[in-house]
Design a binder for this molecule. Structure first.
Ligand code: NAI
Length: 327
């Protein structure tokens, strides 16, 4: 049987954590033959630490055969020790009256600390996924704070946008979600992301030709995907949690186990692809194989798409500029 791997999860007592941990422990993320040790981090505050203990009691009560160990932490320096996978979910949510700059700066401090801790104690091959918002900028900060780790080990979650777009396209075309190939989402995990179905196919046929409606793309599809998070909050009174956890599972599973040539979306540091400045943590279409992702290169970019990419890039550059001084 396989040797257990270490999986660190931050914000473990939060609502995404509650939808995520049980699926990791059941083998849905790394495979039904891969034992895991969960290293769970919460803030050093009595309430969340107590809630974390309760979640761990429930994990115990599932008697998961693959759960080889479980630890509660309040310090990233111990939580990230030797970790092979790190899902950085916890972050400071925006409170009423809080300025964007203030939010960026508080989260900047959190992700500097966590990046430094990963740099100091994690496995040199650690795969890091940042879920906590602003996810791309937080991932960028963590990467910049971990100079001894390969920069490509740091990624941000765009997969929820990708999955939301897939489901809208399935509904529009009347075809199964699983039949849709080659969808791309570019840019920031925010309403400015650009979900791009120009290359998408269903059983070899072009999705763009099937839909053949640019007004729908611009006025219905993109706003629906971009504002989906707000629509969930409006309906549920709480932000997306189960779908966010599901996207995190999908992201890590595909990165670790491969996509068999299929495209998925990951926020990854640019090497200059598509004119995006180096290191910008940008949503790109990627394929995964052997534990590595590869950006899909050489796709044509038309005028409309370039406009969308420029807009989401400008937002990301603005966020980076807002936290640069902290680094
Ligand atoms: P939540 O508020 O229910 O849970 C967050 C947990 O993180 C709390 O228990 C809190 O104590 C903990 N936490 C805060 N700072 C921490 C730190 N420095 N170290 C360890 N733990 C810390 O929030 P929820 O719903 O679980 O969402 C978590 C984050 O995920 C939010 O930032 C949210 O905006 C983001 N998100 C991202 C999505 C994406 O697609 N990238 C989708 C949905 C949510």
């Amino acid at each position: 049987s396989k040797k257990p791997v270490r999986v660190a999860v931050t914000g473990a007592a939060g609502q995404i954590g509650y939808a995520l941990l049980f699926r990791i422990a059941s083998g849905e993320m790394l495979g039904k033959d891969q034992p895991v040790i969960l290293q769970l981090l919460e803030v050093p505050v009595e309430g969340p630490q107590k809630a974390l203990k309760g979640v761990m009691m429930e994990l115990d009560d599932c008697a998961f055969p693959l759960l080889a160990g479980m630890e509660a932490h309040s310090d990233p320096m111990t939580a990230f020790k030797d970790t092979d996978y790190a899902l950085l979910v916890g972050s400071m949510p925006r409170k009423a009256g809080m300025e964007r700059a203030e939010l960026l700066s508080i989260n900047g401090q959190i992700f500097i600390g966590q990046g430094k801790a990963l740099d100091a104690v994690a496995s040199r091959d650690v795969k890091v996924l940042v879920v906590g918002n602003p996810a791309n900028t937080n991932a960028w900060i963590a990467m910049k704070s971990a100079p001894s780790l390969p920069r490509e080990n740091f990624t941000a979650m765009l997969r929820l946008d990708h999955n939301r777009a897939l489901s809208q396209l399935a509904a529009k075309t009347g075809k199964p979600v699983a039949s849709i190939q080659k969808l791309a989402v570019w840019g920031n995990h925010s309403p400015t992301m650009y979900a791009d179905y120009r290359f998408a196919t269903i059983e070899g046929a072009s999705v763009k030709d099937m839909i053949n409606d640019h007004a729908w793309n611009k006025d219905v599809f993109l706003p629906t995907v971009g504002k989906r998070g707000a629509a969930i909050i409006e309906a549920r009174g709480l932000s997306s949690a189960a779908s966010a956890a599901n996207a995190a599972i999908d992201h890590m599973r595909d990165w670790a186990l491969g996509t068999n040539g299929g495209w998925v979306t990951m926020g990854v540091p640019s090497n200059g692809e598509y004119g995006i400045p180096k290191d910008t943590m940008f949503g790109y279409p990627v394929t995964c194989e052997g534990g590595k992702y590869k950006i899909v290169e050489g796709l044509p970019v038309d005028e409309f798409s370039q406009g969308c990419i420029d807009k989401t890039l400008a937002e990301l550059v603005g966020e980076q500029d807002g936290v640069k001084h902290l680094l």
